[in-house]
Ligand binder design. Structure first.
Ligand code: ADP
Ligand code: MG
Length: 728
């Protein structure tokens, strides 16, 4: 019996780690060599053009047309010298991936030659055939056109032989159709709000940048096995599959050395990443077999987002070269650890200060406390906004599973900082503060750094944890574009900081000294944000009950998590700060729901196909083997065989029961799908997929997995989980 599965398994056995196509020199010699960064710009641009681009990068200033022409020319020369033949506008549509459309540099001339050409107009704006990107109805109502516009704040780069120009993607009526536009706006808003608050502490602070350090988790699966699993290919996860005898109980992968083939992949990935200026620094095995993680040094949030998307793109390409396929899905294997993308977030000033890093003295610690407490308050007031920002069909499988952060948003800060906040809350008195009270307070505030050094407790079960000098948003999914989470965090914190500034100014106007005003206002925030602080086990049932008592929501699926986007408060907040208009929010809500529906629709189809064309035929073929055996037994032993073949008959009945289970549940699912597809309203349709179609996946899987348990291994065509997880 030769099946695709067996052929793939044979292939895997022959595999060797690939020879390496990397430079063994010092990283400093090739770092950023494929980026049109400041060094390259200095070398290729006039002083005037250089200043103009740097101003655009730092302050968002406009670039004049003649300068754009100069920049385009310089970019082209730089890119051609590096072997580039094409250019593309690179953007981040709401599908979650990145998009590009390549155009060649050459232009034919009238006398039959060709010249390489690239003008400012091509750099600044392009019209991709955009009708196929999700737009939530924005483009349909006006005209079916959108355009990409150069974003000079991220540098251009070369991948392969293509010059990639980072752009934003907007409709002709000016609405954002991507993740980048609102992210840039949110970063601008937090800059202003945080810089204003910083004036209480240091007048030299003129700019605050939100920083992001992501940690990307992923699985590597052999390409041959992957190709024999249509569900992995189409939906990114295994829709069927019996848990292997050995899972991750032994934790031997986590602590083990990185397998050779995977290591070769990582080395090439790192080399290519570093050339693109992606500061990849760490690599290691993760908890599940064949699961890994990599993380860079943190960067300004928009650059970090670009770099994460670029990295994911590189990973796909390089994995293929090493006969792997990379799985970004949050839960590719039921019952095995999923993948996340922790978003480490902080705020850094132009003076080099991390605002979430405890200082050395009471003054700098008051600054720390201000940003720390305001962040907690922002989450306390807007947990549903954070939850919506990470909602997706794929992340639904991970949130609330017993190894991932729960779907309930809470903040973990560690017992010592908790005590510190409780103490502050209790010890600040209304009215004028006595000098003794102030000294006492300052002393306790001054203790923070020392306390933190001793504070090693780390709560892995919290979706939003303070980890010493940054917050770590752990509930972000591994497939996500981090922009979504970054837009949410920076928006709600900016809004909170602005409110804080107004309140403190008010107190100062009424006669409080600055420090006193700050402390008193912080006390109010501490009090008002208590419900969001949780130090216990986030995976426990207890927390679900406790959270309910506290009035915290526990949205277990995407349709319910996204609902907040239709609320007045959500629209008011985002439109007030000019990050997203109501129309853009409506469109995004629609797009998110559509993405959700499409993903489930694909899964449903693939699952039906697999069952009908692979699982059921295998079951029948196996039954026929048993039947053949029964007939043979009867031929030899006559009526005596009746008693002798009890096990065969039991087996036959068992297979038949689950075969019928698969068959009937698939039919039921098809019916439910038809009903769901007929629903017009997108939100209701998503609900139908969520509550009527999806639950049947589990039932089908149950029966199919029972069949996998007993059916002759040679008849089973789909690579088994143990093969996907343990082949190296
Ligand atoms: P771990 O959380 O695994 O213990 P680290 O604390 O060293 O590891 O940091 C993990 C991630 O946090 C890295 O990607 C790093 O770049 C990022 N990080 C560190 N400091 C900051 C910061 N100030 N702002 C944003 N991200 C940061
Ligand atoms: Mg971490």
């Amino acid at each position: 019996m030769s099946s695709v599965r067996y052929a793939a398994l044979e292939e895997v056995m022959q595999r060797k780690a690939k020879g390496l196509n990397v430079n063994n020199g010092k990283v400093s010699e090739f770092y950023g060599s494929n980026v049109f960064n400041r060094v390259a710009m200095r070398a290729h641009l006039t002083e005037e053009a250089y200043e103009s681009v740097v101003n655009a990068m730092n302050h968002g200033h406009r670039i004049e047309r003649d300068i754009a022409d100069q920049v385009a020319m310089a970019m082209k020369d730089w890119a051609l010298a590096k072997g580039a033949t094409h250019y593309t506008h690179w953007f981040q549509p709401l599908t979650g991936a990145t998009a590009e459309k390549h155009d060649a540099f050459f232009t034919p001339t009238s006398d039959g030659r060709a010249i390489e050409q690239f003008e400012g107009s091509l750099l600044v704006q392009q019209e991709p055939d955009a009708s196929s990107f999700p737009n939530g109805g924005i483009r349909n109502t006006f005209e079916a056109r959108g355009y990409t516009a150069w974003d000079p704040s991220s540098p251009a780069f070369i991948i392969g032989t293509t010059l990639c120009i980072p752009t934003v993607f907007i409709s002709y009526t000016g609405e954002a159709l991507d993740y980048k536009m609102p992210l840039l706006k949110a970063l601008d808003v937090i800059d202003k709000a945080a810089t204003d608050v910083c004036q209480y502490f240091d007048k030299n602070i003129t700019k605050v940048r939100a920083t992001l350090g992501w940690e990307q988790e992923y699985f590597l699966v052999d390409a041959g096995l992957y190709n024999a699993r249509p569900d992995l290919m189409m939906s990114g996860r295994t829709l069927l599959g019996q848990m292997p005898a050995k899972g991750q109980q032994l934790d031997d992968h986590y602590f083990g050395s990185i397998p050779e083939r995977a290591l070769a992949f990582m080395q090439e990935l790192e080399f290519e990443s570093l050339k693109l200026g992606i500061p990849i620094k760490t690599r290691h095995n993760e908890v599940a077999p064949n699961q890994f993680e990599c993380a860079p040094v943190y960067e300004e949030a928009d650059v970090a987002v670009d770099h994460n998307l670029l990295l994911m793109d590189l990973m796909e390409k390089i994995a293929r070269k090493h006969d792997f396929r990379v799985l970004f899905h949050e839960k590719p294997f039921a019952g095995i650890n999923g993948s996340g993308k922790h978003n480490n977030w902080s705020l850094g000033t132009n003076t080099g200060v991390n605002l979430l890093s405890p200082g050395k003295n009471p003054k700098t610690n008051l600054r720390f406390l201000t940003f720390f407490v305001n962040t907690i308050k922002a989450i306390a007031d807007n947990p549903d906004i954070l939850r919506a920002s990470i909602a997706s069909a794929t992340n639904d499988h991970r949130l609330g599973g017993n190894e991932a952060p729960p779907a309930i948003i809470s903040v973990f800060i560690g017992s010592q900082l908790s005590e510190m906040l409780d103490k502050l809350e209790a010890s600040i008195k209304a009215g004028k503060m006595t000098p003794e009270a102030k000294t006492e307070l300052k002393l306790s505030i001054g203790k923070i750094p020392q306390l933190l050094l001793d504070n090693t407790d780390r709560n892995r079960t919290s979706p939003f944890a303070f980890t010493g000098n940054k917050f770590e948003f752990r509930a972000v999914g591994s497939t996500a574009n981090c922009s979504s989470a970054m837009i949410a965090i920076n928006t709600i914190v900016a809004d909170q900081l602005a409110k804080f500034k107004v309140a403190v100014d008010e107190r100062i106007k009424k006669g409080d000294k600055k420090d006193e005003a700050l402390l008193k206002e912080l006390q109010v925030l501490i009090k008002e944000s208590k419900k969001i602080r949780f130090e216990g086990n986030g995976y426990g049932e207890e927390w679900v009950k406790e959270a309910k008592k506290r009035g915290l929501n526990n949205f277990l699926d995407t349709p319910s998590a996204l609902k907040v986007m239709t609320s007045k408060e959500y629209k008011k907040l985002f439109s007030k700060l000019d990050i997203l208009s109501e129309r853009e929010i409506d469109a995004r809500y629609e797009v998110e729901l559509e993405n959700y529906i499409l993903k489930l629709q694909i899964e449903a189809r693939v699952l039906g196909d697999l069952c009908n064309t692979s699982v059921i035929p295998a079951a029948i073929a196996y039954q026929n083997i048993v039947l053949e055996n029964l007939r043979g037994m009867k031929e030899v032993f006559g009526s005596a065989s009746d008693k002798m073949t009890n096990s065969q008959k039991e087996l036959l009945a068992y297979v038949n029961k689950h075969l019928q289970g698969v068959y009937s549940k698939v039919n039921e699912m098809v019916e439910e799908r038809k009903k769901a597809n007929a629903v017009q309203d997108t939100a209701k349709k998503a609900d139908a997929y969520c509550h009527k179609v999806k639950p049947l996946f589990e039932e089908i899987k149950y029966h199919a997995d029972r069949l996998e348990r007993v059916i002759d291994d040679e008849l089973w065509k789909l690579p088994k989980l143990r093969e996907l997880l343990f082949s190296k």
